[in-house]
Design a protein around this ligand. Structure first.
Ligand code: ZN
Length: 352
């Protein structure tokens, strides 16, 4: 809308209709309108600074050339006056655009504090209800449970939570989020099938009075551009992958949030997790991917309870803020982030 209006301001027809006498006013309005366009353009394309500068300079020059050609400036003094207008407006536009670059980092609602950690739990492991959730509650920590009906033995409740237990997690204040119905990698599904898989979990949640999931985790850390479209169409805020690195909201797309895995029981695994927590600084968030504690269904992704308790104690003792993935919306404007951050599908698998 604004863009259309300002284009009209700038159009040759408009300037011609106003006639030579009113041309300086029209040119001023045109330049101001151009600045508006440029500022809006800038906000939408934060990373394309070169194109913005080019646009400002080019359009300002264009208006000036047109104005000169229209015959409004008939003497040298008028031409000098016109030049003064031009340079003044060009400087204003440039300064305004620099201001919009630095002050208005629109991806962020407010600065991300140091020591911000997101805990996420995958696959609806039975231990999430019996052990993890009460422990989180004891520490006053938030967390996200990415649930699915893991085939072939989701009905085996020694391995997986029941939907009633998932409902209880929601009632305890935790986030229930989507991990597809059947834990199928998004790369193995077309968009229609992806939507069906998401919709199944959404419907189960609706049945049980759980809010519609707002976040997603990729089964097997497997990502694909088609899944980003599906997630956007279904109104998701964030999606978590792997990558073993911290999440930088200014450079990581909100549908490709990297995480660290807590899998493993060796001293090296322990050190890997504790080192990862040191990365929660400088505007970056550390997101942890945790499977069962322990994981009876998939022992290769287990986190030993004693290590898990040590990690939680470390977070507590060092005054970390521990939240669910959906809580990041307090800091991040999801829509500008989706528009401005270029999706990068590399380095999104976790080690080990
Ligand atoms: Zn999974």
């Amino acid at each position: 809308m604004l863009r259309t209006l300002t284009k009209r301001f700038l159009s040759v027809n408009y300037l011609n209709k106003k006639g030579p006498r009113e041309a300086p006013g029209a040119a001023t309005a045109g330049l101001f309108a151009n600045w508006c366009v440029a500022a809006v353009y800038k906000l939408n394309h934060r990373t394309e600074q070169d194109r913005l500068s080019y646009k400002i300079t080019n359009v300002c020059s264009g208006v000036k050339r047109h104005f000169a050609r229209s015959g409004a400036a008939t003497s040298l003094s008028e031409m000098n006056k016109l030049n003064r207008y031009f340079y003044l407006l060009l400087i204003t536009a440039t300064m305004a655009s620099l201001w919009s670059c630095s002050a208005s980092n629109q991806v962020l609602r407010k600065p991300v504090p140091d020591k911000l950690v997101v805990l996420t739990f995958d696959d609806a492991s039975a231990s999430h209800a019996s052990y993890v959730a009460p422990l989180l509650k004891k520490h006053g920590f938030g967390g996200t449970f990415f649930v699915c009906e893991f085939p072939p033995d989701f009905e085996d409740k020694t391995k997986y939570m029941s939907w009633e237990q998932i409902q209880q997690l929601h009632q305890m204040g935790f986030e229930i989020a989507n991990h597809t119905r059947s834990h199928t990698h998004v790369t193995k599904m077309n968009k229609e099938r992806q939507a069906e898989e998401l919709q199944y979990i959404e419907a189960k949640c609706a049945e049980l009075g759980i809010p519609k999931p707002a976040t997603f985790a990729y089964p097997g850390y497997s990502t694909h551009p088609s899944a980003l479209e599906t997630l956007q169409e279904r109104g998701y805020l964030f999606a978590r992958a792997g990558g073993s690195r911290p999440y930088n909201p200014e450079t990581d797309h909100p549908y490709l949030i990297p995480s660290y895995s807590t899998t493993g029981s060796t001293p090296t695994d322990r050190q890997r997790v504790l080192s990862a927590l040191q990365e929660a600084k400088g505007g970056k968030v550390v997101v942890l991917t945790i499977h069962g504690v322990p994981d009876v269904a998939h022992d290769w992704v287990t986190t030993p309870p004693e290590l898990f308790e040590e990690y939680l104690q470390y977070l507590k003792d060092n005054n970390y803020k521990v939240v669910a993935l959906r809580d990041l919306k307090r800091y991040i404007n999801v829509e500008p982030a989706r528009g401005q951050v270029v999706p990068d599908y590399k380095h999104l698998k976790n080690t080990p």
